[in-house]
Design a protein around this ligand. Structure first.
Ligand code: SF4
Ligand code: SF4
Length: 163
């Protein structure tokens, strides 16, 4: 008969000790359950959310993708440099550029969010602060093709002032 690493003699006293220890561990475990049973809930039954809580992810949450529109010019900040496309380890970005110099801009921009591993590299590498991820987490779908974001999808939503 063993108790932890210590080998105990199979006496009645030792057997009783083991039974009492087992019973005590059950009492301790149930007391934790009992205490938490009466605590205020911190979880939501997704997607049935409590409308009074207005739940939002924590700051920095990496949800859906967006391209940033410049507040002053009303245009996308993206200069179609394709650095995000080159750095993406999952190869889920495709940028089709047009124009030269200050006129360079994307005519097409695709991100396959189904392939993305949300590493944030595309956001960090961008020299124009033109791409980001929003707190929107409602992206589940049963059709993987719906996870491919195009330029029209990406241009909505995030507007930032210059600088
Ligand atoms: S977060 Fe990472 S994997 Fe996803 S698109 Fe950006 S670089 Fe690619
Ligand atoms: S989002 Fe940024 S890194 Fe990607 S093409 Fe546009 S400017 Fe370049």
């Amino acid at each position: 008969m063993t108790r932890g690493r210590q080998r105990l003699e199979p006496t009645f006293a030792n057997l009783l000790l083991i039974v009492l220890e087992g019973a005590w561990s059950i009492v301790v475990g149930l007391s934790v359950t009992f205490i938490n049973f009466w605590r205020k809930k911190v979880t939501d039954r997704y997607p049935h959310r409590d409308p009074n809580r207005n739940w939002q992810p924590r700051p920095g949450y990496r949800g859906d993708f967006a391209l940033i529109t410049d507040k002053e010019t009303g245009k996308l900040r993206c200069i179609a440099c394709q650095q995000c496309q080159k750095i993406c380890p999952d190869q889920c970005i495709l940028v089709v550029p047009e124009g030269k110099g200050k006129e360079r801009h994307p005519t097409e921009f695709y991100i396959d969010a189904g392939l993305c591993m949300y590493c944030w590299l595309c956001v960090e590498v961008c020299p124009a602060d033109a791409i980001t991820m929003t707190p929107d987490y409602e992206t589940a779908t049963d059709n993987p093709r719906k996870l491919i974001r195009d330029l029209d999808y990406l241009r909505g939503g995030v507007v930032k002032a210059s600088g």
